[in-house]
Design a protein around this ligand. Structure first.
Ligand code: LLP
Length: 432
């Protein structure tokens, strides 16, 4: 009925998440409110790591891409599932450290890491650093020498895969700020330099071909290209690259008409390609890493708002204004992303209208969506926007000095605050 499988309607006609009445959650914690379903996060993680066990003989690792949704609580959940983390800034690393995350299971990303970040990663024993460019490699080597460390690194490679076409097209993706290009020979030259380093140790290659991808073909193509490169390194340099990190990007259902491939199917097909290709190339099967972010967090989250003004502009549109907007969900203004919305206290009713849901910022583009099918919404109703668990809280801002909503986790019929609601005092905390 709804885009995420953990949503339903109770006897009061209210939307439920993980069996809990969302109208009651709104009353208890206030709005706007991010709600995350712990069981759903766990289930999504398990879908990936169990498929890895099944199809890749357990020689694969799931690193949750924490940029999708990061706070201490989700780090604890990921750790308790035995999975790793992809972190991309000192803030994400610090969150993981603060949550006692096993840092040897963390991969540290970024196309322009600062010295402070690299130092922090080394001090805290990050499992591997995904190096993006030569200046970074050189800075890291110097830092490692100074600190007496021998960091394991992977190289971020641009495999030249166009993830947005139906059939993977092997064209120039050189125009990207991330990683080393294969086509120009840049990646091979960099590998030569890394292999000669005294302190850093090249243990893997990494690629990430995009996000919200529904099709498996481009992932298979990327795996193939990366394995060809691993074989070239072995044949020409006599160096064995042991790890292959294929990044994240698995699409999810935001609308009922979306039809992403099941995660299990992704791992089945990609594992088959890796096994076949390694046999053909005469190379050992690498340890495989994947970095799902959205597919873990997005379906587990919803956002609750209180409806304020309703404005009907005859012949034009109806605006439903809510007490949040682009500060808690910037994805419409940035990407015109579509969401399913429900009036939580009328969830059992038909959606009879098509409305524009607007936020409260002084900005016309501050919308949650346009042309959204919805039950008749009035002032005081609770509005739920679905599948907002990824890239909503993590991309939220304080635009207009609006305090950020709280994050509540639900689990087995109970709820708890994982991130407190910001207050106006938080807004001026760093002002002098
Ligand atoms: N690994 C790397 C190196 C990445 O850059 C990303 C996402 C991921 C993994 C996780 O990808 P996922 O499984 O979540 O698709 N803000 C955008 C999405 C940006 C994704 C950036 N990188 C959005 O709201 O759609």
């Amino acid at each position: 009925m709804f885009v995420s499988e953990n949503l339903g309607v109770n006897e009061k006609g209210h939307l439920t998440v993980g069996g809990i009445d969302t109208v009651e959650l709104a009353a208890q914690y206030g709005t706007p409110l991010y709600v995350m379903d712990e069981q759903m996060v766990r289930k999504n993680l398990r879908r990936f790591h169990e498929s890895m066990q099944k199809y890749y003989n357990g020689r694969g690792y799931v690193h949750y891409a924490s940029k999708a949704f990061c706070c201490k609580e989700i780090c604890r959940i990921v750790a308790s599932e035995g999975d790793g983390l992809d972190a991309v800034s000192i803030g994400e690393l610090y969150t993981a450290v603060s949550a006692d995350f096993p840092m040897e299971k963390v991969g540290f990303h970024g196309n322009n890491k600062t010295d402070e970040e690299l130092r922090y990663a080394l001090e805290n024993g990050v499992g591997h650093i995904i190096v993006d460019n030569l200046p970074e490699l050189r800075r890291l080597e110097a830092l490692a020498e100074k600190m007496g460390k021998t960091p394991h690194i992977m190289f971020r490679i641009k495999p030249g895969i166009d993830a947005h076409t139906h059939k993977a097209v092997l064209t120039g993706q050189i125009d990207s700020k991330f990683g080393f290009a294969l086509e120009t020979g840049e990646a091979f030259e960099a590998v030569k330099e890394a292999v000669a380093c005294k302190f850093v140790k090249l243990v893997g290659l990494h690629c990430h071909i995009g996000s919200q991808i529904f099709d498996i073909d481009p992932f298979e193509a990327a795996a193939g290209v990366m394995l060809d490169f691993i074989a070239k390194i072995k044949n020409e340099l006599g160096y064995e690259v042991k790890g292959l990190n294929l990044g994240g990007g698995f699409g999810i259902k935001y609308l009922n008409e979306h039809d992403p491939a099941p995660f299990e199917e992704y791992l089945r097909r990609v594992s088959a390609v890796v096994e076949k290709k390694c046999a053909e190339l005469g190379i050992a099967q690498p340890e495989m890493y994947i970095e799902p972010g959205r597919s873990i967090a997005a379906p587990a989250g919803i956002t609750l708002y209180t409806v304020g003004a309703r404005k009907e502009i005859p012949g034009i549109r109806t605006y439903i204004s809510v007490d949040g907007g682009m500060p808690d969900n910037p994805r419409y203004i940035l990407y015109q992303s579509e969401y399913e919305a429900v009036v939580a206290n009328k969830a059992g009713e038909e959606r009879t209208e098509k409305v524009t849901i607007a936020g409260k910022c002084c900005e016309s583009g501050d919308l949650i969506g346009e042309n959204m099918p919805l039950q008749h919404a009035d002032s005081g109703d609770i509005l739920a926007v679905l599948a907002t668990g990824a890239y909503n809280y993590s991309m939220s801002s304080n635009y207009n000095r609006i305090p950020k909503p709280a994050v509540v986790f639900i689990n087995n019929g109970e709820s708890r605050v994982a991130v407190k609601r910001e207050t106006p005092e938080d807004i001026i905390r760093n002002d002098v």
